[in-house]
Design a protein around this ligand. Structure first.
Ligand code: BGC
Length: 419
């Protein structure tokens, strides 16, 4: 055999050996998520690319539906039939509920190797652990108590972006008079509650919010403050359009993007939509704390719970994905698209816009002042059973022409007892 032929053969053998070891290690991760809108899909693509860069393959299991209610239903049936995906978008107290079923994998080795206890705020790390072992990995921090406004629409109406609820209704009247839909809303129960919890925070303050909506204290749920909250909440409905029922949140955001509507009360995944549409914060759209909530922060942390799976290569891929999620590069690219901020402590915010910088500062400040509160609408605060029941009670009130504030208060207080 000529020298050249020999070298070629040897090369081919080496390549074959490399390919076969890669194949032996490469696994597949099936990921259940509900990130299907413009901004969300870009963020999900970044996650997929990160996994693929590690030589693994991504099996997409996207279930459309904002807030993730449909995804949860599908997940339950998959797990019950013994066919869990490797990773699923699950958050807050639900992580504990799934862990109690014994279906989640212990990824404490990945956490220890990557120092998660040091790089995560304890309030976040605790939620990711079950009996001291990590079973989930956080992706980001979303702020829920935001108001998104179209400055052109406000200018046309001669209105000012509101900082409290009186100003909110004054601006809404002006927008209406100018022929602009004041509030873009999607009538689905998680969206109703997203508005409701911002009103509760703005009208009642952080202590009321915690007592009434986190501790589900009966006295607070039946208080005069709660009456004021419900009255203010219901008043907003008069400023939404007749097509709001059932509308997806991102279609409501699109109304603000087009200037057809003036404002939307929504978490900062809405910013992902503005950005995906090529809009610039401060110029094409404005972010402001929901009225009366500038000194508080309602948090919503997206995370992936990891399920017990068998195939060794897939377990390796699952762990590689978990490790990659908290790497600084991924945290940056993902959160720039998603509208949220990195969950790692001390992350470099230089590439982020002013909305994200404000969110990052307020996250730290409100943690110190005690006004950092978990979002109920986004599964951060109470058991899934209580959450579902109070969401339904709040939406029934929003949708009914007959129910009084007193009736609603009694129904919500009783729903809060659901175990
Ligand atoms: C999730 C976000 C998502 C939003 C709309 C929230 O509950 O945390 O990641 O973008 O719902 O689907």
């Amino acid at each position: 055999m000529s020298k050249k032929m020999f070298a070629l053969r040897a090369g081919a053998v080496m390549v074959a050996a490399m390919v076969s070891t890669m194949a032996a290690q490469a696994g597949e991760v099936e990921v259940l998520h509900y990130w299907t809108s413009g901004g969300e899909a870009k963020a999900a693509k970044a996650l997929q690319a990160t996994l693929q860069a590690k030589g693994h393959s991504w099996k997409d299991f996207a279930v459309a539906g904002g807030g993730g209610d449909s995804a949860t239903t599908v997940l339950k049936s998959r797990v019950v039939s013994g066919n869990a995906p490797a990773a699923a978008q699950i958050k807050g107290p639900s992580i504990q509920e799934w862990a109690q079923e014994g279906v989640l994998a212990d990824i404490s080795d990945v956490a220890a190797a990557n120092n998660w206890d040091k790089l995560l705020p304890p309030v976040v790390a605790n939620v990711m652990k079950y009996k001291g072992k990590y079973v989930a990995v956080p992706v980001n921090v979303h702020r829920v108590n935001w108001l998104w406004a179209n400055p052109e629409a406000f200018k046309k109406a001669g209105a000012k972006v509101p900082t409290n609820w009186d100003e909110f209704f004054a601006a809404a009247d002006k927008l209406k008079a100018a022929g602009i839909i004041p509030v873009a809303h999607g009538g689905q129960n998680w969206q109703d509650f997203t508005t409701f919890e911002s009103v509760a925070l703005g009208v009642g303050g952080a202590d009321f919010y915690k007592k009434a909506l986190v501790q589900l204290d009966q006295g607070s749920l039946k208080s005069d403050t709660m009456k004021k909250v419900l009255t203010t909440f219901k008043r907003i409905k008069g400023y939404t359009d007749k097509n709001a029922p059932g509308r997806d949140w991102n279609l409501a955001t699109a109304m603000v993007i087009r200037g057809e509507a003036g404002m939307q009360l929504m978490g900062d995944w809405a910013k992902g939509e503005f950005i995906a549409a090529g809009k610039k914060p401060g110029t094409d759209f404005v972010c402001a704390a929901a009225p009366g909530t500038a000194k508080s922060f309602t948090f919503n942390i997206d995370s992936f719970a990891l399920f017990k799976i068998k195939n060794e290569a897939n377990v390796k891929a699952q762990k590689d994905l978990a490790a990659a999620i908290l790497a600084p590069e991924f945290q940056e690219v993902f959160n720039l698209n998603k509208g949220s901020i990195p969950v790692r402590l001390g992350a470099d915010m230089s590439k982020f816009d002013d909305c994200a910088k404000l969110s990052s500062k307020d996250f730290v400040d409100t943690a110190k002042s005690g006004s950092l509160v978990p979002s109920v609408a986004h599964g951060m605060a109470v058991s899934s059973a209580a959450e579902g029941a109070i969401k339904d009670a709040v939406s029934n009130f929003w949708n009914s022409d007959k129910q009084t504030v007193e009736d609603a208060m009694a129904k919500i207080a009783s729903a809060a007892k659901t175990k």
